[in-house]
Design a protein around this ligand. Structure first.
Ligand code: CO
Length: 134
């Protein structure tokens, strides 16, 4: 599997608005998208920082994937997302390469992206996402 590059870094935060302010103030981040996604249990924002991108994730409750992450690990780095041309083809290649896929099928991620997640145990402790912008 060949990724084009890192599409974004996902960061778990306790308070989205406070975190947005921090990234704007410290790094000149600009908000690209914002959304509350009930079925993924998050309030999220995508920020552009120069040519890079950071995705901030605030859980909607404790019993959500990001809520459980925050309770266990505290705020901080949550995942790395790699840009690929075709998520479905990438999933097949990752499975072939022995990776443990959280999503065996592409699914709709935040902000209209097509995504799939790879279990952190397959990537030395880092939850990894593959993303196609379609
Ligand atoms: Co992401």
């Amino acid at each position: 599997m060949e990724a084009w590059g890192i599409h974004h870094l996902g960061v778990a935060v306790a308070d989205l608005d406070e975190a947005l302010g921090t990234y704007e103030r410290l790094f000149g981040a600009e908000v690209e998208h914002r959304a509350t996604v009930e079925d993924q249990g998050v309030r999220a924002a995508s920020l552009r920082i120069g040519g890079g991108r950071v995705e901030l994730l605030e859980p909607l409750g404790e019993d959500t994937p990001v809520g459980r992450f925050l309770a266990k690990r505290g705020p901080g780095m949550h995942h790395v997302a790699y840009q690929v041309s075709d998520v479905r083809a990438t999933i097949a290649e990752l499975a072939e390469a022995g990776a443990d896929l959280i999503d065996p099928e592409p699914r709709e991620g935040l902000f209209g992206l097509e995504v799939a997640f790879v279990h952190p145990d397959s990537v030395h402790g880092v939850l990894s996402e593959v993303v196609s912008t379609g």
